[in-house]
Design a protein around this ligand. Structure first.
Ligand code: 5GP
Ligand code: ZN
Length: 114
């Protein structure tokens, strides 16, 4: 068992409700959804946050966005709209130190975020 929750999910050691898996990226439903659609899109590689990304990981970042786009279509939230969020560090409230995009949709959201 690895120490990182999302590495453990990627390795199949912790169960999750997967909606996508490929060689670079996995996606699964958030255990505590904040909207009707709340999916976490996660690189298989352990990257702490968006602050740790380097140019060699550009393909990973691009895949995260494209998978989010495809999942939004699959969830039927393209027309109504959706939000893609990644929290970085303490002030943003990042609670899992493995990069992930939140794909949120299915309800109207306010701005600015809390
Ligand atoms: P963060 O706070 O780091 O931006 O987001 C972490 C997210 O991971 C939270 O929305 C939280 O609900 C979700 N989460 C935490 N533990 C688990 C888990 O074991 N399974 C799943 N599917 N989501 C989790
Ligand atoms: Zn990890």
């Amino acid at each position: 068992m690895t120490a990182c929750l999302f590495c453990s999910i990627a390795a199949g050691e912790v169960s999750a409700s997967f909606v996508h898996q490929d060689e670079l990226v996995i996606a699964f439903r958030d255990i505590n959804p904040q909207a009707p659609t709340h999916i976490l899109v996660v690189p298989r590689e352990h990257i702490v946050s968006a602050a740790e990304l380097s140019a060699v990981q550009d393909p990973v970042w691009a895949r995260l966005l494209h998978v989010s786009q495809q999942l939004a279509a699959a969830e039927g939230i393209v027309e109504s709209g959706y939000r893609i969020v990644t929290n970085v560090g303490r002030d943003a409230g990042q609670s899992v130190s493995h990069l992930h995009l939140h794909l949120l949709g299915g309800r109207a959201m306010s701005w600015p975020p809390g």
